[in-house]
Design a protein around this ligand. Structure first.
Ligand code: NOJ
Length: 467
């Protein structure tokens, strides 16, 4: 494989559409979007219809010079029902995508689950269902046996940290709960999912590699005092260590487990047999998504609260209220007055790419890393031809890339980079107005016309100069 892969990324529910075509079962996102809980009524039912446009989309990637494509497989397209029967049409769809990738020499980097659990698992308790890891391992086995080495890079779960956080802390993703006990259970079950899937993967002796994707970097702080260092440690106990430690090192930090129990969380669901499987089945590479910084300070408010900025601001006005999270006695988010925020209140701080990659490399024995997502959400307008001049995105990407390449130069084992996203797609509860794509999609047009943005041409040039 090349020393550095350049590509872009999507996820099944966000781009495929065809939510009930060719035998696909429902996922928890289909269920949520079609329910009263979905306040906007916006769904991924059609989205940019990658299901029927994949040839065009992959051709455009190739024309841009991209040599890798990160996408996810929809579990409920492969195993639509609880009976475990495999849907051949589901496998055929992803075979077709792999054919297209092969045609252009594009290396697939494939995530086995990107938030969209089958609805039948959701009905049993979703990520908290004790049987979720066995069900996931079965589904992964079907994929490994069928796709084998055609997929050189497999990812078990996308952003378990962010997924668990939205599902069980903020409650803005299904099952829409605010319950720290369930958060802990979900995190543990996700670690079991990864380990049990890897156990199946290793049995086949494929030449492919397997990893998982982390959604945020390590915590950091503006001050370096014992109290601030403690807050950083606690934030890592919340967002990083429960995911990266078992997946890379094969064990949990006992001090972290003790601190979690002191917070009143019951960890009796942890089983020795699972821990043994984790120990034996660690990942080959880490996918690291890079957007912004986890900047924290000591929690002085005594409040536990989780705030996101994605309600009521889909009107193009944006706002500057910062995303925040706080755990009483542990940490709370801090605000650096010298940095700017995007319209969703997320800090834009390109240097975080460097710190994330360097610190992760140091803590995790210089593990192979792919920057599996980096991108900038914007409200956009296009001209009459559908062309978007997204200079702001170009500035964002080039600044982050500067720090990513510097980390690589300074020894981080970075092997690939993916812009989020390949084309405009459904942005979860932010719907369609928040756009990330290198390619504009006209949702008003019946053909869902695709038009490369200015950033697409910029990326084409960038790849040319860095290959
Ligand atoms: C992370 C997620 O993996 C992806 O699904 C999401 O749309 C992007 N970040 C942008 O927020």
């Amino acid at each position: 494989m090349k020393d550095m892969l350049w590509g872009s990324a999507t996820a099944a529910y966000q781009c495929e559409g065809a939510w009930n075509e060719d035998g696909k079962g429902a996922s928890i996102w289909d269920e949520f979007c079609h329910s009263d809980k979905n306040e906007t009524g916006i769904t991924g039912d059609i989205s940019c219809d990658f299901y029927h446009h994949y040839k065009e989309d992959i051709r455009m990637m190739a024309e841009c010079g991209q040599n890798t494509f990160r996408f996810s497989i929809s579990w409920s397209r492969i195993i639509p029902k609880e009976d475990g029967v495999v849907n051949e049409a589901g496998l055929a769809f992803y075979d077709n995508i792999l054919d297209e990738c092969e045609k252009y020499g594009i290396i697939p980097n494939v995530t086995l689950i990107h938030y969209d659990l089958p609805d039948y698992i959701g009905a049993k308790g979703g990520w908290c269902y004790p049987g979720v890891a066995d069900a996931f391992a079965y589904y992964c086995k079907v994929c490994f046996e069928h796709f084998g080495n055609r997929i050189p890079l497999y990812v078990t779960i996308n952003e378990p940290n962010h997924n668990a956080y939205c599902n069980y802390c903020v409650g803005n993703y299904p099952p829409n709960e605010t319950n720290l006990q369930h958060y802990a259970r979900c995190c543990y079950n996700m670690a079991c999912c990864t380990a049990k899937a890897i156990r199946e993967f290793r049995k086949l002796h494929l030449t492919s590699k397997i990893g998982f994707v982390q959604g945020c970097g390590p915590a950091t702080s503006l001050l370096d005092t014992p109290e601030y260092r403690q807050a950083v440690k606690y934030c890592n106990y919340f967002c990083r260590d429960p995911f990266l430690d078992p997946a890379i090192l094969g064990y949990y930090n006992p001090e972290m487990l003790e601190e979690i129990q002191k917070k009143g969380i019951d960890l009796s669901f942890m089983k020795q047999e699972d821990l043994d499987i984790m120990k034996e089945n660690t990942i080959d590479f880490l996918g690291q998504n890079i957007y912004s910084r986890m900047l924290v300070k000591p929690n002085t408010s005594g409040i536990t609260a989780f705030v996101v900025n994605n309600k009521g601001n889909n009107d193009g006005t944006g706002n500057t209220r910062r995303e925040s999270r706080a755990i009483s006695g542990w940490f709370e988010f801090d605000r650096d007055p010298n940095t700017v925020l995007n319209k969703w209140g997320r800090e834009i701080y390109p240097q975080c790419a460097y710190t994330t990659l360097m610190e992760t490399s140091r803590r995790y024995h210089n593990i192979e890393i792919y920057v599996t997502e980096n991108g900038h959400g914007m409200y956009e307008t296009c001209d009459e031809n559908g062309y978007v001049e997204d200079d702001e995105r170009i500035e964002f990407l080039s600044n982050y890339l500067y720090w990513i390449l510097k980390a690589k130069e300074d020894g981080a084992n970075v092997k690939g980079y993916y812009v989020w996203s390949t084309m405009d797609l459904y942005s979860w509860i932010n719907g369609y107005k928040k756009r990330y794509g290198l390619v504009h999609v006209d949702y008003e047009d019946k053909q869902l016309k695709r038009t490369p943005k200015k950033s697409y041409y910029w990326y084409q040039e960038f790849i040319k100069n860095h290959s």
